[in-house]
Design a protein around this ligand. Structure first.
Ligand SMILES: Cc1cc2nc3c(=O)[nH]c(=O)nc-3n(C[C@H](O)[C@H](O)[C@H](O)COP(=O)(O)OP(=O)(O)OC[C@H]3O[C@@H](n4cnc5c(N)ncnc54)[C@H](O)[C@@H]3O)c2cc1C
Length: 462
């Protein structure tokens, strides 16, 4: 029997790569150090309550065509609900609604923006100026902003402080896990151009209705039916390199011979799997230790009475960025999830201090909840949640495939949201990298095409 292709890392990138390989008739061994799949987009059983909780709420968008393709392959697309409306808190008024309405893209948010009272008329004019500039820049114009801070663009388009705080910061900090002043403008602009402006489907928000970990259940039987294996609870220790090719993966349970390897682990982990000889040989591996990270805090809060009246809520201008209604847990308690992106300032706080701050924001956004406190809390700190999307980050992100790379080892592909995909650190970026890596080894299907811009958006420059 020929040696299998070994995929190291069972996050979204590794799962995506594995499924593409088996669909092309390859035998795959997927090695994952944890007991379950999903990596950073997964669930855990909380030992305090025995509840299955997601490490954090994960949001996808209509623009995530490759993630949607993967969910379809796993047979779980029906477990995603789609939300056209995004609710924004604006106390003491009722929540504001942002949604695509009647007008063709890129004007589709125009009507709901005009109705929103969060921003006044001059704020809205300034925002329209920035959006118009983003439309006219198009994708080519965006390239010129690679390596600059997005705040420079906000300065250039004369955005008032209120518009920055109430609109740009919540959107960019959530999407790129980095505030505007420290976020690479190329990626922030991508969020608006491809995620909001170019068509009306891309900004529709998808939320899983089941625990994230269960989305990947089908991967195991699919791998086995194709003659391969899923080995969870097994850690890769090193990539075996003979000076020319990768010959296998050394694990804590012995060596797994490989015809080729896809390394789908985060960059700091990959650095530990590579000998200096290997890193010197393939320049994709040279700068793995330089990739910076940015934290996210997810807080599960349980109440004895309803809190949110909408499925989710953006808290503009607050330290807490989003609230999500997670329904009721198995004890009948109301389950709310709060998310703080770029959470550097929160990482050293204990759970009591975190709860106090989050509740302060909840009481601000929902004044009728003042005086109500949670009956239980579970804060999940992810210190290395995503790569830090700082100016110049793309120079550190290696290609998934060895083609055209100095010393690129032919039977080694890389995958992970940190690889060069032009996407910020997202589930979509991870799946794209996995598909690219599989294509790099065996050819065939690569990434699924993105959503095309609507005709008027294309005509105007997007
Ligand atoms: C708190 C939080 C919130 C987020 N919110 C969103 C969101 O709303 N929307 C969105 O699109 N993205 C979000 N993301 C980002 C998203 O989770 C990631 O981009 C994506 O899951 C990365 O997938 P990956 O496969 O590249 O990496 P990972 O998920 O990190 O997978 C790597 C896998 O490799 C395994 N591994 C590591 N070392 C070894 C080893 N030596 N041997 C074997 N296995 C190993 C790990 O256990 C892991 O399972 C969020 C991330 C976090 C942390």
């Amino acid at each position: 029997m020929t040696r299998p292709i070994v995929v190291v890392g069972g996050g979204l990138a590794g799962i995506a790569a594995s499924l593409r390989l088996i669909d092309a008739g390859q035998r795959v061994v997927l090695i994952e150090s944890r007991k379950k799949l999903g990596g950073r987009a997964t669930s855990f059983v909380d030992p305090r309550t025995s509840e299955t909780l997601d490490n954090c709420q994960h949001v996808l968008m209509g623009s995530c065509t490759n993630l949607i393709d993967l969910y379809e392959r796993l047979g779980v697309l029906s477990s995603i609900t789609w939300h056209r409306r995004i609710w924004w808190a604006n106390p003491p008024r009722t929540h504001e609604i942002m949604e695509p309405r009647r007008l063709p893209a890129p004007l589709h948010f125009g009507l709901s923006f005009m109705a929103m009272q969060l921003l006044d008329a001059s704020d809205k004019r300034a925002l329209a100026r920035a959006m118009w500039r983003l439309i006219r820049l198009g994708t080519e114009g965006r390239e010129a902003w690679r390596g600059r801070a997005f705040s420079e663009f906000l300065d250039e388009t004369r955005q008032p402080q209120r518009v920055r705080e109430l609109f740009f910061e919540p959107v960019i900090t959530s999407a790129c896990n980095m505030p505007c002043g420290r976020c690479d403008a190329f990626h922030a602009m991508f969020v608006f151009q491809a995620g909001f402006l170019q068509d009306a489907w891309s900004p529709v928000m998808g939320l899983a209705t089941v625990p994230l970990a269960s989305l990947y259940d089908a991967a195991h039987p699919l791998l086995c039916d194709a003659g391969g294996a899923l080995r969870t609870g097994v850690s890769a220790l090193a990539l075996a390199f003979d000076g020319d090719r990768i010959t296998g993966v050394v694990t804590d349970e012995g060596v797994v011979d490989a015809s080729a390897v896809i390394a789908a682990v985060p960059p700091d982990r990959l650095a530990k799997l590579c000998s200096q000889t290997l890193r010197d040989a393939d320049c994709r591996l040279a700068r793995l230790d330089e990739i910076p990270f940015s934290p996210i805090l997810g807080v599960h809060l349980f109440f004895s009475q309803p809190i949110l009246t909408t499925p989710h809520l953006v808290l503009p201008g607050r330290a807490t960025h989003w609230l999500f209604d997670k329904g009721r847990d198995s004890h009948g308690r109301v389950h709310l999830h709060a998310v703080v992106s770029a959470a550097d300032e929160w990482i050293d706080l204990d759970e009591a201090a975190i709860t106090e701050r989050i509740m302060h924001d909840i009481h601000w956004a929902l004044p009728s909840t003042r005086g109500i406190d949670p009956v239980a809390v579970r804060a999940v700190k992810e210190k290395r949640a995503t790569f830090a999307c700082v100016p110049g980050i793309d120079a550190l992100r290696p290609k998934a495939t060895p083609d055209g790379v100095r010393g690129g080892i032919k039977n080694l592909c890389l995958a992970g949201d940190w690889c060069a995909t032009n996407w910020p650190a997202t589930m979509e970026g991870a799946v794209r990298s996995g598909y690219l890596a599989a294509q790099g080894l065996i050819g065939g299907r690569g990434v699924v095409a993105g959503v095309p811009p609507a005709p008027l958006a294309r005509l105007l420059g997007l």
